[in-house]
Design a protein around this ligand. Structure first.
Ligand SMILES: Nc1ncnc2c1ncn2[C@@H]1O[C@H](COP(=O)(O)OP(=O)(O)OP(=O)(O)O)[C@@H](O)[C@H]1O
Ligand SMILES: [Mg+2]
Length: 406
């Protein structure tokens, strides 16, 4: 199985696991909430009964017992008469006494009189639970109660818990993936630098050998020598590309059309003549480019296009611009096998390939060159399996050359 398929399966598995844990936690807490809610209703009922007993009993021992029971039942409650007037409260903020005081008295008692607080609490209790009716000294009363602070906290607990876990996972994932990315970066850059370095010495020796051979065998005009020189120059270009990957390259302003055209012309004579190349576009657009690296991008995209075409086909390159947004678009389309929509992002990951002899490095390198060295973007603009694909490069440093010949 390829590593990306495996990674995707793992992602689904972990996601499913997280959903099971989350719903398990919510389900279990809501079960607990239900249980505690039932027990709180019983407490409120017992408390209401104890009120009734208090009012009706004159037996001192029994009174003490009832008081003890009553105080152990912490459920916030309000007792009203049938007209809704508040008679007793319990378990609420005692500093906001419901007993009417004037400002001076309240200040002395370190309390203040806040009738609105109790009214609001009563309304809230009415919305939460049905009241009990009790009769004390032949008078009917209503006992309202609300969930205790503990129960309220328990109700929101699973959501807090899940959010904390989610935040933790997000932070851990971001940290982990950014450290992995910088590690990958170092490997890329290190490998590129080392390759350029290693190639440097034999290439300069080869150049010198060629000169010597020409002299020694009087072979200045021999076509074989020219071919050999061409190959060594090609090697030089490769080494140059690698050395540019290893350090921040200079961008120079060039006509995008001219640079692309030159490479397409060089490239098209080297592939099967059954593939037709077409090039259209605006010739006045200028962008900052590093030619050796940008040629590498074009080479990768055009090679992929050629690989995608079986038999005869067309490769079309189009260059357009958006003056207001200062953007240049380079679209490379082929009439090849296409890319399924689910793979539009995956094709850019290193190691992803569908070719027998492919390394899956071409597009990942291309993306790197466009994003990191040209401050641009590259993506699959559109593709249909069996019909073809268009890759789009967006360059952001557009200038417009009015003088350019069209
Ligand atoms: N124009 C295209 N049409 C269809 N599929 C494409 C096209 N370009 C890329 N792909 C798909 O994306 C994969 C990855 O491309 P990439 O250039 O990164 O690697 P590769 O071409 O397989 O190997 P190499 O490292 O030699 O370039 C290809 O194997 C192919 O499946
Ligand atoms: Mg490729």
């Amino acid at each position: 199985m390829n590593p990306y398929e495996q990674k995707r399966r793992w992602k689904y598995f972990l996601l499913a696991f997280a959903v099971v844990i989350a719903s398990g936690s919510v389900f279990y807490t809501s079960y607990l909430v239900k249980k505690i809610s039932q027990s709180e209703r019983t407490r409120a009922q017992v408390w209401a009964l104890s009120m009734k007993q208090l009012a009706n009993t004159y037996d001192n021992d029994f009174l003490t017992y009832v008081l003890a029971v009553r105080d152990s039942l912490v459920v916030p409650a309000i007792v009203t008469d049938t007209k809704g007037g508040i008679k007793f409260v319990r378990g609420l903020d005692s500093t906001k006494t419901y007993i009417k005081m004037d400002a001076q008295e309240a200040k002395l008692a370190h309390k203040w009189y806040d009738p609105q607080y109790f009214k609001d609490e009563l309304e809230y209790m009415k919305s939460q639970h049905e009241p009990f009716k009790i009769t004390m000294l032949n008078e009917p009363y209503l006992v309202y109660y609300k969930d205790s602070a503990l129960l309220t906290q328990l109700k929101i607990f699973p959501y807090i818990q899940l959010s904390v876990i989610a935040i933790f996972l997000l932070v851990a994932y971001t940290a982990f993936s950014s450290s992995r990315k910088s590690e990958q970066n170092q490997v890329w850059v290190g490998l590129a630098k080392e390759t350029a370095h290693q190639l440097g010495t034999p290439i300069s020796s080869l150049m010198a050998w060629i000169e010597l051979i020409k002299e020694k065998f009087n072979a200045e005009t021999d076509p074989l020598m020219a071919e050999m020189e061409n190959d060594v120059k090609r090697l030089e270009i490769v080494a140059d590309r690698f050395s540019k990957i290893g350090s921040k390259p200079q961008l120079e302003e060039h006509s995008v059309y001219a640079v692309v055209k030159e490479f397409v012309d060089y490239f098209k004579v080297r592939v099967s003549s059954r593939i037709t190349f077409e090039m259209t576009g605006n010739r006045r657009l200028i962008a900052g480019l590093n030619i050796p690296l940008f040629d590498w991008v074009l080479e990768n995209l055009l090679k992929n296009a050629v690989n995608a075409i079986e038999g005869p086909g067309t490769i079309r390159v189009q260059i357009t611009g958006n003056k207001q947004k200062k953007l240049i678009f380079i679209d490379i389309s082929d009439s090849g096998k296409g890319i399924p929509r689910s793979k539009f992002d995956t094709v850019f990951q290193p190691g992803y390939t569908t070719r027998k002899r492919g390394w899956g490095l071409g597009l990942s390198l291309t993306k790197r060159i466009i994003q990191n060295y040209h401050n641009g973007q590259i993506f699959v603009k559109e593709s249909e399996v069996g019909k073809g694909t268009t890759f789009r490069i967006v360059l952001k440093t557009m200038k417009y050359d009015k003088e350019a010949k069209l």
